[in-house]
Design a protein around this ligand. Structure first.
Ligand SMILES: NC(=O)c1ccc[n+]([C@@H]2O[C@H](COP(=O)([O-])OP(=O)(O)OC[C@H]3O[C@@H](n4cnc5c(N)ncnc54)[C@H](OP(=O)(O)O)[C@@H]3O)[C@@H](O)[C@H]2O)c1
Length: 374
């Protein structure tokens, strides 16, 4: 009853401004959008979905206690699923995986012993992200930990947080190819190392397969074909569903595309720091490869100050009533339809702020201003 009332509210509102009507059609449309047209953000059922998400927040409070009220629990679950279906989605590569436009990078829950939250706090944050904000894409790595002995810390947190039905609502992307001796970051792309790393990630994630396994960084001491070849073997064995790469140059990406179907590239990129990445983004767009920018809101060092460091971000944020970080993310989403940012944070409020980015409609003047800061 409650669901059908909600459904009638959505159905009765005209679809003005939405590109394409049916789900299939809008999927095709979104893949065809140019960076320019995509930057004119659509308003429509997705935006209404977010409004409902906000209205539904009280239903999420004390969600675990709802287990004592089965009927209310069922209503909340169905409502949440229904509302989620109205949030805008992006396809990962040409795969069957479709996720919300902004994901979550979980690295900061693990890599700094002094600053990271307790495991209990981290697990609660992940659960609230999924339940209250509809986060359905989480980026992690075996190397998100403080040293080699703690390998898989971040993956284990995610597995614990998503135990039960939450697991089915989230695509998890992990990575292998980095060691952490005494907290240092050391590359290792040897086949036997990558195979063992993947097996360890499966164990840490309590999974029988990994949705998206990314080679963390090319190892200068190992031919890249050997590293990627191992991932292809793991894919054939069903342990990896899809292969992504990280910290690759365009030449290296082109080189290994003959050996494997690469569905995503994770490199450093933001409106403030575009370096030589623009041409990789353009290439990924042509090839329908998802681009996952790390450091999307400036990284640990710069994030607290980006509004001051880049006046345009602060001013445009004020005009839209959001943080400069949200504007940085909105710019990324408008930059290309293959962009899937994964801002990292230890704070729920920051995460909630970041998840507003898909609803920000930047004007062409604002985009032009932002284009000039990187
Ligand atoms: N493939 C790679 O080599 C690689 C490298 C680095 C990162 N990554 C991945 O990419 C993800 C994102 O990169 P990143 O975390 O380094 O960079 P980032 O997302 O640009 O910046 C993270 C920093 O921004 C702050 N922050 C986030 N949202 C904020 C907001 N709304 N307001 C104010 N501060 C905010 C966070 O602080 P608070 O905790 O205080 O919110 C955190 O210190 C990582 O989590 C990780 O999953 C991959």
């Amino acid at each position: 009853m409650f669901i059908s009332i909600l459904a009638s509210v959505f159905i009765s509102v005209p679809e003005s401004g939405v590109e394409g009507s049916g789900v299939e059609e809008s999927k095709v449309q979104s893949r065809k959008l140019t960076a320019q047209s995509k930057s004119r953000r659509v308003k429509g059922p997705e935006a209404r979905g977010r409004v409902f998400y906000d209205l539904l927040q009280p239903l999420n409070l004390g969600r675990d206690n709802l287990n004592h009220f089965p009927l209310l629990f069922v209503v909340c679950e169905h409502t949440r699923t229904f509302v989620s279906s109205f949030l805008k989605k992006r396809q990962i590569g040409r795969t069957e995986l479709e996720v919300n436009e902004v994901g979550y990078g979980a690295m900061h829950l693990s890599i700094d012993r002094e600053k990271r939250p307790s495991d209990v706090e981290s697990i609660a944050l992940i659960q609230r992200a999924v339940d209250e904000l509809g986060v359905d894409f989480i980026d992690t790595a075996d190397a998100y930990c403080i040293n080699e002995e703690e390998k898989g810390h971040n993956e284990r947190l995610i597995a614990r947080a998503l135990q039960g039905e939450r697991r089915g609502r989230v695509v998890i992307a992990t990575k292998g190819g980095h060691k952490r001796p005494k907290g240092r970051w050391e590359r290792n792309g040897r086949p036997e190392y990558l195979r063992a790393a993947c097996e360890a990630s499966l164990k840490a994630l309590e999974a029988d397969h990994i949705d998206l396994y990314q080679f963390h960084a090319p190892d200068p001491n190992v031919p890249v074909e050997e590293s990627i070849g191992t991932l292809v073997d793991l894919q054939r064995e069903g342990k990896i569903r899809h292969i992504g790469i990280s910290n690759f140059s365009l030449a290296m990406l082109k080189h290994i595309m003959a050996d494997a179907e690469i569905v995503s590239v994770q490199n450093r990129y933001s409106v403030m720091d575009r370096r030589e990445q623009d041409e990789i983004v353009d290439f990924c767009e042509q090839q329908e490869i998802t681009y996952i920018p790390w450091n999307p809101v400036g990284g640990r060092g710069n994030a607290p100050e980006i509004g001051q460091m880049f006046g345009a971000l602060g001013e445009i944020g004020t005009a839209h009533g959001v943080a400069p970080h949200t504007i940085a993310l909105a710019w990324l989403l408008g930059r290309s339809p293959i962009m899937l940012p994964i801002p990292g944070t230890r704070k729920f409020d920051h995460l909630a702020e970041n998840m507003k980015a898909p609803d920000i409609e930047l004007t062409s003047d604002e985009i032009e201003r932002l284009n000039s800061i990187g």
